[in-house]
Design a protein around this ligand. Structure first.
Ligand SMILES: Cc1cc2nc3c(=O)[nH]c(=O)nc-3n(C[C@H](O)[C@H](O)[C@H](O)COP(=O)(O)OP(=O)(O)OC[C@H]3O[C@@H](n4cnc5c(N)ncnc54)[C@H](O)[C@@H]3O)c2cc1C
Length: 353
């Protein structure tokens, strides 16, 4: 079944050809009324053929000289000329507004400022912060899997931290969202919690060595803790909604309490729409009664069961609090996965954000 953009393309194709046909017939009619042969117009600028004097002048100057002022005015007022002028104007405006290359919003070596548009508290210590981009059709320009750096001056010192937006260029225009957990003793996360609508943050990017594409690998295993879900969510969202992506994704997502599970509805929605490609296993330190997921810390057996085998065409991505990441590195090592480097590279089988 053709989709909406395909119908749109077909309609614009038919419309453009009908309009061109209409314009051509109107121009021919007008020229015929002025006794001008279309073929002579087509030959304008070419050397004159002495064997065919009936074909008239080929000189542009002669043609313009022979065209009276009344003829020129009449030509400009024809429906064909007005329709062509209108078509050209609409095309130019469309290209300028919608397809014109805007300056990238982000710059990897220059700080840019963005105002807070909206703050939605989603748990006592976590909120989604929405920042406006300069124009409503702008996108952040962040490759899938990469992050931004945020800086602020706190207590006379410039502090920088990394954050992965939950928005994606292909889906979200005019803004970007950051999901941030505030730590009482934290610097930047606390700075976010004190922002008011209209306050600006300083951002640099894109940053990071991981860029997701649908041909990267056949199987992705993900192990996330707390806000470490944000880079995973970006990748899962992009993969599930991409019909040409066949990657299978298994996520182990660990939290302290059930209410700490971030983006749960969104993750469940993606799972239900993935045709079995994306599956989640939750682990809680303090599970409620009747909990069906994992209990306590993520175990080696759970990693072995839910992560793709290291012999497969696979990658393991990890993001979470350092103590959890150290424990996961140990599990993976015992399961014979290669150890992640101190700073991971895209080619690595085990990538630590
Ligand atoms: C690639 C990448 C992407 C990230 N994306 C996100 C994101 O989307 N959302 C998000 O909220 N964070 C994200 N982080 C984490 C973020 O960069 C900060 O580390 C976090 O917000 C804490 O920074 P801070 O300045 O508030 O605290 P810091 O100044 O770094 O720490 C001060 C104190 O805060 C407390 N604290 C800080 N971090 C933790 C922690 N993990 N667990 C327990 N206590 C802690 C401790 O008491 C610590 O001593 C990401 C990190 C990376 C590397």
């Amino acid at each position: 079944m053709p989709n909406t953009p395909q119908y749109f393309f077909l309609a614009s194709f038919v419309l453009t050809f009908s309009l061109l046909f209409f314009i051509q017939s109107q121009v021919s009619k007008f020229l015929a009324s002025k006794d001008i042969k279309l073929v002579n117009l087509l030959l304008l600028g070419l050397p004159k053929d002495p064997q065919h004097p009936e074909m008239g002048s080929h000189s542009i100057q002669d043609f313009v000289k022979n065209l009276s002022q009344e003829d020129a005015i009449a030509l400009v007022q024809t429906p064909a000329f007005l329709a062509s002028a209108g078509l050209v104007a609409v095309t130019v405006i469309y290209l300028a507004l919608f397809t014109g290359k805007r300056k990238p919003v982000l710059n990897p070596s220059e700080w840019r400022e963005f105002p807070l548009a909206l703050k939605s508290q989603i748990s006592p210590n976590t909120a989604v912060y929405r920042f406006s981009l300069p124009n409503k059709n702008d996108t952040l320009g962040l490759p899938i899997g990469q992050h931004i750096q945020v800086s602020a001056e706190i207590g006379g010192k410039v502090i920088m931290r990394s954050y992965t937006p939950t928005t994606l260029d292909g889906f979200d225009k005019g803004h970007f969202d950051l999901l941030i957990k505030t730590y009482e003793q934290g610097n930047i996360s606390r700075h976010f919690s004190l922002l008011k609508v209209g306050d600006r943050i300083r951002v640099k990017g894109p940053k990071g060595a991981f860029v997701y594409t649908n041909k990267l690998t056949g199987h992705l295993g993900m192990i996330a803790g707390g806000t470490g879900i944000t880079p995973m969510y970006q990748i899962i969202r992009s993969s599930v909604w991409d019909a040409s992506d066949a990657t299978t994704i298994n996520l182990i997502y660990a939290n302290v309490n059930e209410e700490d599970i971030l983006l749960r509805d969104e993750l469940e929605h993606l799972h239900h729409n993935s045709a079995g490609r994306f599956n989640i296993f939750y682990v809680l330190n303090n599970p409620p009664a009747g909990w069906k997921g994992g209990v306590g810390f993520v175990t080696k057996e759970q990693v072995a069961h839910y992560m793709p085998s290291q012999e497969k065409d696979c990658k393991i991505l990890m993001c979470g609090p350092p103590p959890m990441m150290n424990a996961m590195k140990k599990h993976l090592e015992e399961l014979k996965y290669p150890a992640p480097r101190t700073v991971s590279k895209l080619a690595d089988q085990v990538f630590l954000f």
